[in-house]
Design a protein around this ligand. Sequence first.
Ligand code: CA
Length: 230
Amino acid sequence: MPATILVVEDEPAIQELIAAALQHAGHRVMRAFSAEEAAGLVNATLPDMALIDWMLPGMSGIQYARKLRGDERTRDLPIILLTARGEEQDKVAGLEAGADDYLTKPFSPRELAARIKAVLRRRAPQMTEDCVEVDGLRVDPATHRVSGNGRQLELGPTEFRLLHFFMTHPERVFNRTLLLDQVWGDHVFVEERTVDVHIRRLRAVLETTGHDRLIQTVRGSGYRFSALPG
Ligand code: CA
């Protein structure tokens, strides 16, 4: 599952090592030497995950993690804190700041890859290739196939991503801006009403098997995927 991963690490040699390991594993890497630099990058492109060094010049890694958690756009971004210190109280502080995991340096590329996979599986199910099925509607990310009650449905690539994202985040209301960030890979010079166009296309296909009811419009807020009555 290739992901876009933000690496915030002020030591060039370590940053290089991590970036090389991530690229080797097929991920795309965004690199920053400080939280301030990272903030600028994240503003332009929303990553799928962040690896943040604890000890950074300027804003510390833990402060930055807390800041990401406090912002609606990055609230759900999976975060792994990197640290040279292995003390239990640090680990607790890191997790309290909203980090999903904590990795003590030095770590092997293999350990890093395993942690990333585990955190993505838990926190970003849309990044995994696990099949999702709701009420007879089934999406298989590995083969890019969608079926409704066993009948094959043909979706365009954007509608496919949109449906997969919805199905891995049921019952939550997403406004157009968040959907653009999450599905279009963001900032994208795409207008918000483009979201409506793709939702319409998605519903039209799902209508053939009666699954269009799962994509609900929440007036004034956005859209929600739900098997419950809207
Ligand atoms: Ca450091």
